[in-house]
Every structure is written in C-alpha cells, then in structure tokens.
Write a protein that binds this ligand. Structure first.
Ligand code: 2HA
Ligand code: ZN
Length: 274
C-alpha cells in the first residue's frame, strides 16, 4: 500500500497548477481544477480510507455519488500547490445523498474546496453524459482570452471562426468551437448551471471578463485545450500589436481540408455558408 501524496494524481495536479501559474493564468488565488477518480484508481492507497470531515456541497450532486474528486482549495494559490499539496488539495468523495462531500485526504489546515466546486461538479455531470472518459474540469484566467471578451461580440460563431483561423492547430484541437456564457457572478450555482449547459456542445466555455472553463479525459488534455485556445487569442493580440491588418488568412476551404486531414468534424454551424 502506498501513500496518496506519492500518487501520480497528486504529482500531475501539482505540475499542471504550477504550469498554469507560470503561464500567467492564475494570479493570486485565481483558477481551480478538479480531477475525477474512481474506487479502482484509489485501491492501492492506505491513507484515504476514513472520512476526515464532512462538507456541504450546496447543490444536489447525487449523479456523482461515490465518486472521488481531487480538487484545489478555496483561496489557495496555484503557485503554492506544488509546495504544499496536503494543505492546498483535497480528495473529496461525494456522499450517497449527493448533498455532502466527504474529505478523505488533504486540506489539512481546515481548507475547503474551491468556490467553483459546484460549477465543476455540474460540468462533470454534463460531460459524463457524452464522454465516459471525462475526468478533468479546469478553470483559469488566460490574459488574451479575457482581453478578447472586451473587444469582440460575445458570439460563439464569431469567436470559434476567429480562433480557428489564428493557427492550423485550433480546428484540430477544438473542432466543435468554443461556447460563451454572458457575464455572471463567479462562485454561484447559476454560473455553474449556465456553464454545464454549454458543456453539452463544447469542451471550452468562455467566461467573459473573467476566464475560461476547459474539460478533458486527463489533466494534460484539459490543460492543452486551454493552452491552444489561449495561444490563438495571443496570436490575435499580436496581430493587433503589429497593426491589425490581415493580408492573408486560413480560408474556410482550408479549414475543411484540415478537418478532413485530421479526421475531425468541424462544427457545421460555424463554417461559412452554413
Ligand atoms: O478560484 O478563479 O473564479 C478563484 C477563481 C474564482
Ligand atoms: Zn476565476
């Protein structure tokens, strides 16, 4: 039997939170991440067998009863998780009634899960309907995406096309495009429900003037998805810095060719002529 602190899950979440901070996406306590784990994933760890504390979830998570989530703490800094995972991370089992979370490990100085935990759980529930491999919800504050939410109409077709055309990689990584919700107050069940509703169609949801939610089957995938969207937004910013005049670009026909070459289906609503 081994200790959970030495698990690949804790190691990887430490690596990803630090990388996100290092990219400039998690000033102060900005950002949060949750990784879904199963009983099978956890069978080899000796120190997660007893409930340390019971927490109120604030909404009905019964669809996730019995599942475990390794999650960052409220008020904690992504910069620090790598140095103090036992304080800044918690492993929470969703109780049978779906109303409570049982802390099995971590948050050792009395910490609580991120204020966005209801939003995370709602997004996990939404994605699991489409993808049984769904494991990760990640939220952070990428600078160029946030900047674009001031200068662009908050229209999903417009954003998806613009981001697709910034680099050949975009359409391959997010062929469904990006979802956008209206500006809403963070940390509320309302923003959680709006985000989860968008997760029916998208793996990336933009929170205007705030940041981004991304999902995936593992931490690398969710992080890589956000990284690719933010890279496209950064190129858009750089085009602005170079004067903003576009002399040539990826055409819609070339987007179609990309989709074909990489075996993905581009969202037909977002291609020209549709
Ligand atoms: O975790 O980013 O949206 C702090 C936040 C809230
Ligand atoms: Zn945030």
């Amino acid at each position: 039997m081994s200790k959970f602190i030495d698990s690949k899950y804790v190691k990887k979440i430490c690596e990803i939170t630090y990388a996100s901070y290092d990219h400039g996406w998690d000033e102060r306590n900005g950002g949060n991440v949750s990784l879904r784990l199963t009983v099978e994933d956890l069978k080899d760890f000796s120190d997660i067998a007893t409930v340390k504390r019971v927490l109120n979830l604030g909404f009905d998570a019964q669809k996730l009863a019995g599942q475990y989530f390794l999650v960052t703490g409220t008020g904690r800094y992504f910069r620090n998780v790598i140095k103090q995972p036992l304080l800044d991370l918690g492993l929470i089992r969703i109780a049978e009634d779906g109303q409570k979370g049982e802390l099995m490990w971590g948050f050792e100085d009395g910490g609580q899960p991120t204020s966005e935990f209801p939003s995370h759980l709602m997004s996990h529930i939404a994605r699991l309907q489409y993808d049984t491999q769904q494991r990760v919800v990640m939220h952070c504050h990428p600078t160029n995406i946030i900047a674009m939410s001031f200068t662009q109409d908050l229209d999903e077709r417009h954003w998806s096309r613009l981001l697709w055309k910034m680099q050949a990689e975009s359409l391959v990584v997010f062929p469904e495009g990006v979802g956008i919700i209206p500006y809403m107050t963070p940390g509320t069940n309302e923003i959680g429900a709006a985000t989860a509703a968008k997760m029916q169609d998208f793996r990336v949801v933009i929170w205007p003037h705030h940041g981004i939610f991304g999902v995936g089957s593992d931490l690398d995938e969710a992080f890589g998805l956000i990284e690719t969207v933010e890279k496209a937004a950064t190129i858009y910013s750089q085009i602005g810095a170079q004067g903003g005049q576009i002399k040539q670009e990826i055409t819609d026909e070339q987007l179609q060719q990309l989709a074909q070459a990489f075996g993905v289906t581009a969202n037909p609503k977002f291609l020209a002529g549709n």
